[in-house]
Ligand binder design. Structure first.
Ligand SMILES: NC(=O)c1ccc[n+]([C@@H]2O[C@H](COP(=O)([O-])OP(=O)(O)OC[C@H]3O[C@@H](n4cnc5c(N)ncnc54)[C@H](O)[C@@H]3O)[C@@H](O)[C@H]2O)c1
Ligand SMILES: [Zn+2]
Ligand SMILES: [Zn+2]
Length: 345
């Protein structure tokens, strides 16, 4: 049987819609019929075949895409945890199960971590295979387009959980999908003041819809003063860095309060300069790196928050289109327009 898939075929810029064989699940894998897939910056890096993609250990050809939801339609011989008809979302991080991290409760940062849609074929296709461990069951009440975003949402929720924002103030730097999910998470977890920063006005208006009390454009020099003013001169209790912009991170410590916490999700393309004395040591700042979701504690919390209605991320989906229109989807992402783009095979 054949299927349509978005394939990165050669080590140069560009991707193409191709007909390829429907994959067979290995003994510990499931075959999933993809209901919805979300486009992410990583897909754009692979499409462009930039320096990161060239060094990421990708074997070509590759079916692109890693954020998805779908229905289990086939089981490997050793799978006991799922049955055909199960509705699942994909966890991108594929752990080895044997390294120190895997054996010590940190499988999401496995030493031998493989990424779905990067190191093995992904989900911009009618069908995908994934280890049963990484197919997370989702309640039917969550629509496929939202379930397709659980992976990136989980990254942001995890960051906000690490910051303990309940009753406090939080600044979210960068209001792309990851920042927007962080805003929604901070709202769900009871932050008392959420301040969103972005250089794009359309994204700031989305951030308002998701729960920001104040939105600011950091191109204005008075931004740090405005944040101090909004936090009674104390500074923000917490910061989520979701822009990947080095200057934005370097400037953030001016408005992080003493004893504050900062979660880093964004990936700057070059080293960042921090003034360790004033920014971290004397401030007793806590800086925590976030790489994906805890497996599977974050997922459990996320589904409970969604089911309760406390967490609502519907407005993040601004475009939904057939898989065949993937070029339009990638172009929207490239232009930094709107929120998440959903592809429907
Ligand atoms: N750590 C992880 O597990 C993980 C997972 C997913 C994404 N990421 C990274 O998180 C970051 C955000 O992802 P995304 O998909 O939302 O990307 P995105 O590019 O859609 O969003 C980034 C946003 O930051 C804004 N921005 C740029 N410069 C800024 C500045 N100086 N101040 C404030 N905002 C600024 C942009 O206008 C944009 O809206 C990226 O760096 C991405 O690589 C990390
Ligand atoms: Zn992603
Ligand atoms: Zn491991």
């Amino acid at each position: 049987m054949e299927m349509r898939a978005i394939v990165k075929a050669a080590a140069r810029p560009g991707v193409a819609l191709q007909r390829v064989p429907v994959p067979e699940p290995g003994p510990e894998e499931v075959l999933v019929r993809v209901k919805a897939a979300a486009v992410c910056g990583t897909d754009l890096h692979i499409a462009h075949w930039n320096a990161w993609a060239q060094g990421a250990g990708i074997r070509l050809p590759l079916v692109m895409g890693h954020e998805f939801s779908g229905e289990v339609v086939g089981l490997g011989s050793r799978v006991r945890t799922l049955t055909p008809g199960d509705y699942v979302a994909g966890e991108t991080h594929i752990p080895c199960g044997e390294c120190y991290q895997c054996r010590n409760g940190l499988q999401h940062i496995c030493k031998n971590l493989k990424l779905f849609g990067v190191h093995r074929d992904g989900c911009f296709a009618e069908y995908a295979t994934i280890p049963a461990l990484c197919a997370y069951k989702v309640p039917a009440a969550i629509p496929p387009r939202v379930a397709a975003m659980l992976e990136p949402l989980g990254t942001s929720l995890r960051a906000v959980l690490e910051l303990d924002v309940s009753g406090g103030s939080v600044v979210v730097i960068g209001c792309g999908p990851i920042g927007l999910f962080a805003v929604a998470s901070a709202k769900a977890l009871g932050a008392s003041r959420i301040i969103g920063l972005d250089v794009r006005e359309d994204r700031l208006s989305l951030a308002k819809r998701l729960g920001c009390d104040i939105t600011l454009n950091p191109r204005r020099p008075e931004t740090a003063d405005q944040i101090l003013e909004a936090t009674d001169g104390v500074g923000a209790d917490a910061i989520v860095e979701a822009s990947g912009n080095a200057a934005a991170l370097e400037g953030a410590f001016a408005y992080l309060r003493k004893g504050g916490r900062c979660a880093l999700i964004g990936l700057p393309s070059a080293p960042v300069r921090l003034n360790i004395g004033p920014d971290v040591v004397f401030k007793e700042a806590t800086i925590v790196g976030i790489h994906g979701r805890e497996m599977f504690r974050t997922w459990t919390r996320m589904l409970q928050l969604l089911a309760s209605g406390l967490l609502n991320v519907d407005p993040v989906v601004t475009h939904e289109m057939p898989l065949d229109d993937y070029e339009k989807g990638l172009a929207l992402l490239e232009a930094g327009q709107g929120g998440k783009v959903i592809l429907v095979p």
